[in-house]
Design a binder for this molecule. Sequence first.
Ligand code: HEC
Ligand code: HEC
Length: 346
Amino acid sequence: MNLKTRIILIVCSFVVSGTVIISACKKSDVHRRRATPMNFVVPDGFPSPAFNFSQNPVTEEGFALGRKLFHDNRLSLGIDVTCSSCHQQHAAYTTFDHDLGHGTNHQHTRRNVPVIFNMAWHTEFEWDGRNKSLKDQTLACLTAPEKMAGEISAINEKIKSDTSYTRLFSDAFGDANITSDRIADALTQFVVMLVSNNSKYDKVKKGEAEFNSSEAAGYELFKTKCAGCHAEPLFTDLSFRNNGLVSTPFHVDYGRMEVTGDPADSLKFKVPTLRNVMLTGYYVHDGRFIAVGQLLDHYSEGITPIPTLDPSLQNGIPLTLLEKFYLEEFLFTLSDSTLISDPRFE
Ligand code: HEC
Ligand code: HEC
């Protein structure tokens, strides 16, 4: 074989094997690997996240796209609401001072808007756990008629002439095609990075701060009376429980039973995290309480035995006025000013 033939053969074999490799993966996968990986840091003391990062690896480019989508009102039918209009950063990602969320074309959501930080540890989403992945959840909020009523082909029409999207979709996924899958992946990448772990409580745990005496007393009470459900470090054990709130005629909601069909699940709701709870009023699934103190009064004096009431609450949680004060002082230490002001998420 002369040199020229050898060179041609070598070049050909590169071209052939390259083509095989490229056609073996989807074009977008190849591109995603070229995008810059973004590190998800598991805070000290937190369990391993439930989110499967290998299915939807977070990249700088995907996150940047997710961030723009999260704040874009063109995703909603009436071009009037964004993810961030209900999940507001300054309110730790719920709607500030509202019992229910405000959806597109002046609608109201059925339930109180939950916070959406530390989602990497959740496996079931919404108050009743009806959605089984964060990606499904982002699409559920995007398309729910009373939330954004977004429809992908319409969204596509509205944003395709925006050249910053052409660039962002190409950077994140390899080409400028706008699909529901890509929108959901990018939004998921943004949401999963919202982690709250820099409250005073966290600093105390790391030995960087100290509780004052009221906070310390509140923490002791919390550990014996509340942590059975609002378990550290997420301040939820992610289970569905009935904490003794009776349905009102104005708001019929059977909670978990609507998903499982099991009467034993009637009036059970996902235990909400208490991280940032002092920033997130109104409270509980229907937003019936405006202040944390009302919850304490409920646990202490308001619980009536209803069939699916959590066994640990059969006798309520009797609390003196002073104990209620200490508990509130402790709950204030769960506010995380980093989360609500982090410029990466604005
Ligand atoms: C109109 C207000 C509204 C808008 C806009 C909205 N959401 Fe929601 N979101 C809610 C409500 C209300 C729930 C809880 C619904 C339920 O339990 O029935 C929720 C639930 C969630 C959850 C699950 C939280 C948990 O603890 O299980 C995530 C994640 C989420 N939304 C992300 C998003 C994303 C991403 C967008 C934008 C595509 C968005 N939301 C737009 C109101 C809204
Ligand atoms: C048996 C489990 C259980 C125990 C014990 C418990 N909680 Fe709860 N808590 C829940 C559930 C479930 C909800 C949500 C109920 C709903 O939405 O209808 C909730 C809601 C809350 C909320 C509202 C949070 C929000 O974002 O809406 C606060 C505040 C709260 N609990 C504080 C406490 C405190 C303080 C204690 C201890 C004195 C305590 N809880 C004990 C299960 C429990």
